[in-house]
Design a protein around this ligand. Structure first.
Ligand SMILES: C=C(OP(=O)(O)O)C(=O)O
Length: 757
């Protein structure tokens, strides 16, 4: 059972429209709306079944209907003093039991607990599918000094912690006569702890100051109450949750008191038997308390061999809840490993000096160690993934092309011929059919001619191979369309279709090609150029580089690209300046750049662009994904990713843009921005489009219809903002097998986005 005091997700006003009620029920994935008046008095309930019945009855009075008019006015409820057993009995018949105060106001909702939902504190969700919540346990490491406590909070925030945690004790309640610190009748260990605690308490006011300061630094303040009097003070202060120390996990009376407050409980389970953990978890469930269990070994430092991280999985099963780890061992590695075993909360002590007086200092992390641990946690939580079937990432796919092998013909084979084993060989690169499919090819009759030294493709197996000899493919789009070409496949692709323009994708070696060998006279189509990203000597173009020598190198390479563009222009029907699609740089290797670093990169870009002679050409920066695959490895991209920034840069520098919709969809996915709004903002600057589908955070260049983009609505929007912008399909590996991927993309686009004529 869960007693949920987070009421917003259940309640709707009596005057709300049916649409609002439906939205509430749908959005919160709940099955009920509780109808309240302006004072929060519960007037009735509406289930999704009630909504469906209302629709089935022809929606009497239609849009005039209010929530109250269709609500069930007779419902089961309980008062705050009703026993948990009574609520549990009611929950056998209904899904939700409202808990009302004496005046009928909704106080909480009792319902069945769902283990996977986790807990929410200060808008932070702690759950299996949420980011790891890191707690910097300051505990008593302030040694009674407010000034030190505040500095530790700052250090926790700077180290990237999510929470600063303290401990509060009412020494008199807790230790009675021994609270003066002398505790002479206690055993030696207790006497020592008592003495420390008595000397190193912060006053209640000082602790509250620490909580205020934590909030100011963006941290969730938490505190472990060690007694009921402290619990009441912390509740009154308004802490969003309570931490429960291992020492109190078998203290059923205290657990019940904490559970009755309706706030999430983060409970450590050190020093307890499995039987005791089961009992306490059972008790928390009966209380209806939202809770998380932390695996813990309560020794200081804990020997690594006693930590038993594998218990995390068992704890998750026993507690039927989200789990975490409160670590008392040395160093940072065990806590990072705990994340890979399912921990979603990591608590570690923090100090400035392990030599200070007090038990906890010597097992605490220093601020730079804590920061390194948080960094490790973030890396591991990103890397853990799932046990779903293996998927090849986009970067691996790129590397598979260059590093792996495929099946090639070692003789010319004509269409209609049957393939024999002796005609095949396995070699690099891996552009075509993987070697494990070689046997499937043997005995197949080819539907196309395959020249010696060229690879086979999957379409050779199912007879779908590219049509040959049946004339040029023709497409009709209401904006100029083109094809990405290289010097070596230009003639072949042009043979197969009649685009309005071609976009030359240049490698740095192509800059040295003699263009006259490739074109016989002037070509009746327009030209766009795509600048290389990689240049000789592993130089990745970066016009924004803070390294001046590197930046100047990039400017020199860009000048060569411009010169090449002028050379190509001689062979094409160019009307106006030629666009050069460019990834202008601004990437980083280990982390995204900070806003001020980004600002510096923007200024540097302005400088670099001003150093280029752009007569008869236009540099079109390309919109970028947040995690571009640079030659099969991942980087962070920082410029031309966010709509507002692109808008400002393009306006200031009067730049036209190549809107790569696959890249930008990924950026919107990561930043949780609307792709529609992005299109509206950057559409104003768009001269040219790279079109491909996209999925997730880094699935770029996908075939049309195989990702998440709604092309129909995208083109509809863009037609109003940038009707003249040219486009081409930039499908990954689209040029293989005589441009098979491009033709599929163009066919699909024609079907879905061309308005009827
Ligand atoms: C002592 C505490 O917790 P743990 O048992 O995790 O060390 C605490 O929260 O104050």
């Amino acid at each position: 059972m869960l007693i949920d005091r987070n009421l917003r997700q259940y309640t709707t006003r009596d005057t709300a429209s049916i649409q609002e009620v439906a939205q509430l029920i749908a959005q919160k994935k709940g099955r009920i709306a509780l109808v309240v008046d302006q004072n929060g008095v519960l007037l009735g309930t509406i289930s999704n079944g009630d909504l469906i019945r209302w629709l089935g009855a022809g929606s009497p009075r239609g849009s005039q209907t209010t929530a109250l008019s269709i609500a069930n006015r007779v419902f089961k409820s309980v008062g705050p003093d009703d026993s948990r057993d009574r609520i549990a009995a009611l929950l056998e018949d209904v899904l939700y039991v409202p808990i009302l105060d004496a005046r009928g106001r909704l106080e909480a909702v009792a319902r069945h607990r769902v283990a996977a939902e986790g807990v929410v504190l200060d808008n932070r969700r702690i759950a299996r599918d949420a980011p790891v919540f890191t707690i910097a346990e300051i505990g008593n490491n302030h040694n009674g000094s407010l000034e030190l406590a505040l500095r530790l909070i700052d250090a926790a925030a700077d180290a990237g912690a999510d929470c600063a945690k303290f401990q509060m004790r009412d020494m008199e309640t807790l230790y009675g006569g021994a609270s003066d610190g002398r505790g002479a009748s206690e055993n030696l260990g207790t006497e020592y702890v008592l003495d420390l605690l008595a000397r190193y308490q912060l006053s209640t006011d000082d602790l509250f100051r620490c909580f205020d300061h934590s909030r100011k630094r963006g941290l969730v303040p938490l505190c472990t109450p060690w007694d009921e009097s402290s619990m009441e003070k912390l509740d009154r202060y308004g802490l969003p949750a309570f931490k429960i120390a291992s020492a109190d996990f078998t203290n059923h009376g205290f657990l019940k008191s904490l559970g009755s407050l309706g706030k999430p409980l983060i409970c450590s389970t050190g020093m307890t038997t499995e039987q005791e953990i089961r009992q306490s978890a059972d008790l928390l469930q009966r209380c209806g308390a939202p809770y998380v269990l932390l695996h813990c070994n309560s020794t200081y430092p804990a020997p690594f061999r006693d930590v038993n991280l594998s218990y995390l999985r068992r704890l998750e099963q026993i507690g039927q809840c989200t789990v975490g780890y409160s670590g008392h061992e040395r160093d940072i590695f065990v806590s990072i490993a705990a994340v890979s075993l399912g921990a979603r909360v990591i608590e570690k002590h923090l100090t400035f000096d392990r030599g200070m007086e007090g038990n906890d200092h010597r097992i605490s992390l220093l601020p730079d160690e804590f920061a390194r641990m948080v960094e490790g946690i973030r890396q591991v939580e990103d890397a853990v993934g799932s046990d779903a079937p293996r998927r090849i990432s986009q970067g691996e796919m790129m590397n598979r092309v260059t590093l792996a092998k495929s099946v090639f013909a070692n003789v010319d084979i004509k269409a209609g011929q049957v393939i024999e084993e002796s005609m095949l060989e396995v070699r690099s690169p891996g552009r075509g059919l993987q070697p494990n499919r070689k046997l499937e090819l043997i005995g197949k009759r080819l539907t196309r001619t395959v020249r010696s030294g060229t690879p086979f493709f999957a379409s050779d197996l199912d007879g779908r191979a590219t049509r040959q000899g049946d004339g040029k493919r023709s497409y009709r789009f209401h904006r100029p369309w083109g094809l990405p070409v290289r010097h070596h496949d230009y003639a072949k692709l042009l043979d197969a279709s009649a685009p309005d323009f071609v976009e030359f994708h240049l490698s740095y070696r192509d800059l040295e090609l003699e263009d006259e060998h490739f074109f016989s006279g002037r070509q009746p189509l327009n030209l766009v150029v795509h600048a290389p990203e990689l240049f000789a000597g592993d130089h990745v173009l970066d016009l924004c580089s803070p390294d001046e020598a590197y930046r100047q190198h990039s400017v020199r390479e860009m000048r060569r690209v411009i010169a090449k563009t002028h050379s190509l222009r001689r062979y094409f029907e160019t009307s106006g300046p030629t666009g050069i699609v460019t990834n202008v740089g601004g990437f980083s290797l280990d982390r995204p750049l900070t806003p001020s670093e980004r600002q510096q990169r923007r200024e540097t870009l302005k400088r670099s662009l001003a150093e280029l002679d752009t007569a008869d050409v236009e540099i079109w920066p390309q919109t970028m994904p947040p995690y571009p695959w640079h030659f099969g490895g991942q980087r962070f991209h920082n410029l031309f990713v966010e709509a507002e920034e692109i808008d400002v840069l393009c306006s200031e520098l009067k730049l036209g843009l190549c809107f790569d919709i696959s890249h930008s969809k990924l950026a919107c996915n990561l930043l949780k921005h609307s792709f529609e709004d992005f299109t509206t903002i950057v559409g104003r600057h768009t001269r040219h489009l790279h079109v491909a589908d996209a999925a997730g955070m880094d699935g770029e260049g996908l075939q049309i219809g195989e990702g998440e983009i709604d092309f129909k609505s995208f083109y509809r929007r863009l037609d109003q903002i940038a009707p003249q912008a040219s486009f081409l399909p930039e499908i990954w590996q689209g040029h293989e097998n005589d441009g098979e991927g491009f033709w599929i993309a163009l066919d699909r686009l024609q079907q879905s986005v061309t308005p009827p004529t």
